[in-house]
Design a protein. Structure first.
Length: 175
């Protein structure tokens, strides 16, 4: 129930199109975090896989993280998921987004689908082509294939990592 309330609040806030402003509907400030980093030096050699493409990063996430839905609505930071090696769809997506940003300098967005029951990643890149990627399942969709997805909202990586950081530190509560 707590997760549903959280998602409803987030949807209202994104409806306000906020960036570092207060939402008059829900009184939650949504910000952006551009400088999130952690010591990811062990990532490249963990499975001896070069992380030099979206495909290789997706494969790395698929091999490195075990699906565990017990996290509920908790959004772990990529560093925590890298340590625990488990997580739900948000954990998979945030690690994937972190790696494509840090290793390939590719912008991405978190996408809520299926009435808030699942998240995937959208890459609006001209360089590699627009892609929707279900990181948890390892499925890539073209924009045409993604037209069948029930998309609720898009969230830029910088906002998603900000929400994970503050949700993480406050056990479900923003300050």
């Amino acid at each position: 129930m707590k997760g549903l309330v959280f998602l409803i609040l987030i949807v209202f806030c994104f409806g306000c199109e906020l960036v570092n402003e207060e939402c008059t509907l829900c009184d939650i400030e949504v910000g952006q975090m551009y400088d999130y980093k952690f010591d990811d030096s062990n990532i490249n050699n963990y499975y001896n896989m070069p992380l030099d493409s979206v495909h290789m990063i997706l494969a790395w996430v698929q091999h490195h993280i075990t699906y565990d839905k017990s996290g509920g609505s908790y959004w772990p930071l990529p560093e925590e998921t890298n340590i625990t090696r488990k997580g739900h769809c948000v954990a998979f997506c945030l690690v994937f987004q972190y790696l494509i940003k840090e290793k390939l300098d590719i912008y991405s967005e978190l996408v809520l689908i299926d009435n808030g029951n699942h998240v995937i990643v959208y890459i609006p890149s001209e360089k590699i082509g627009q892609q929707y990627i279900d990181v948890t399942a390892g499925i890539k969709y073209t924009e045409k294939g993604a037209s069948n997805l029930d998309i609720t909202w898009y969230c830029p990586y910088e906002e998603a990592i900000w929400m994970a950081y503050y949700y993480h530190d406050n056990v479900g509560q923003y300050y």
